[in-house]
Design a binder for this molecule. Sequence first.
Ligand SMILES: [Zn+2]
Length: 296
Amino acid sequence: MSSPIARRLARYRLRQRSTLAVADGIRGSLHLLPARQRRRMANVADRLRSCAVTQYVVARTPVDDATYVQVSNRRACKIRVCPQCLYRAACRDRKLLEAILTHLWQELPRARAILCTLTTRNRPFFSGLGDMLRDHRKALERFWTSRRIVRSTLGAFTAVELEIRGTREQPEAGVHSHSIMLVPPEYFAGDVPAIWHAEFRDLWRKAARLDYDPIVDVRVVRSPDGADDRDAVFGAIVECAKYCISLEGLFEHENPDTIHCDGLIAAAILDAFHRQRLHRLDRCFADAKKRLRLRA
Ligand SMILES: [Zn+2]
């Protein structure tokens, strides 16, 4: 049985098992945590567990209509290492971005979208994560408000993301960000971009105050058939509105039914990400969100 509905249900069950694994991982590592963190993390583990057990997922088939999946959770924990809640948050962000872009294109029908990824070098996970996140957010602030960017572009939506890299013995933190940037049609006057890749990299290097050339990716959004239309942009939204914590480095899968989570890594993430905003909306995106809220 592998209908789309069955696959969706299976993914919900997998996320539920993963949330339980995070709860167990944190609970199992409490004795290794510094005393100041222990009580908070015990509470986090409890909330993750109740988030997992109260999630209610069922496939419904109304008469004369297609089957759909109904999900509810009265005790959603909204903790940033909860696979269930990260998934819901990513869906919400995607809808918000779609609404904003649809709204913006009514006013600026010829605006074009550029996808950019800004990175800096990995840092040691446990000692470097907190500073790396703070530094990245400050660098984004300087970058997106720099004169060159403000003058040539209309605005951007940016999502900060963490990837756990390195090895199990020496994990590394890879904080980076993905942005969708809107530019006026003049940006491509004469078919060349106003800001070339090398200048983009230099602007980011300056904003992040680096003494090396960082890896920066800037591209016009295109679909697989090469079109750079709005459908392609809506497809690319997924790149920006995905999990803010990439979960791959958090789990070990012994087999499909047994998932282990490294509780120390999860606790370190929660510590560093506590009350940190992971999205920024610059200029036209911030204005559009405000207007949409007024209309809602
Ligand atoms: Zn949750």
